[in-house]
Design a protein. Structure first.
Length: 145
């Protein structure tokens, strides 16, 4: 089984939810909104001085897209936890290994409520992807997901 998929399934199993806002709360990650100076920044995961993590989300984003961004940043928190690193999600920047892994984790988490049979029966898959808040360009960049 894919390591990232297994990691997301283990997280859901451990905490009994795939709701990204609940997971952030359980993991003691604060969710905040702000206006970023860099217009391409849409979210970031920051570790502050007392080893506490916060996710900052750009003001005015669609709630579903915010869920994707939260799932993405939780992916960094779970997969790439390093005490000296902060992560920034920049619009249009999906190509680095760590970003691809966080995107894949977010997709696994957001699609965890659908089983394989459900996925095969879906006619307009792009609609479901958008309903989950996942940008289509990110979904298609993951190719073999």
């Amino acid at each position: 089984m894919n390591t990232i998929l297994k990691t997301s399934e283990d997280l859901i199993s451990k905490y009994g939810t795939s709701n990204v806002r609940e997971l952030a709360d359980i993991l003691n990650i604060d969710l905040n909104h702000k206006n970023f100076k860099n217009k391409r920044t849409e979210s970031c995961l920051i570790k502050n001085y007392n080893n506490h993590f916060s996710i900052f989300l750009k003001n005015g984003l669609d709630y579903r897209y915010e869920n994707f961004l939260i799932a993405h940043e939780i992916g960094h928190y779970i997969l790439h936890h390093d005490e000296s690193i902060s992560f920034y999600f920049l619009k249009g920047m999906y190509k680095g290994r760590l970003e691809r892994e966080a995107n894949k984790f977010a997709c696994c988490l957001l699609f965890s409520d659908l089983n394989k049979e459900d996925l095969q029966d879906i006619g307009n898959f792009d609609f479901i992807v958008k309903e989950k808040g996942i940008p289509l360009e990110i979904w298609y960049s993951l190719n073999n997901f």
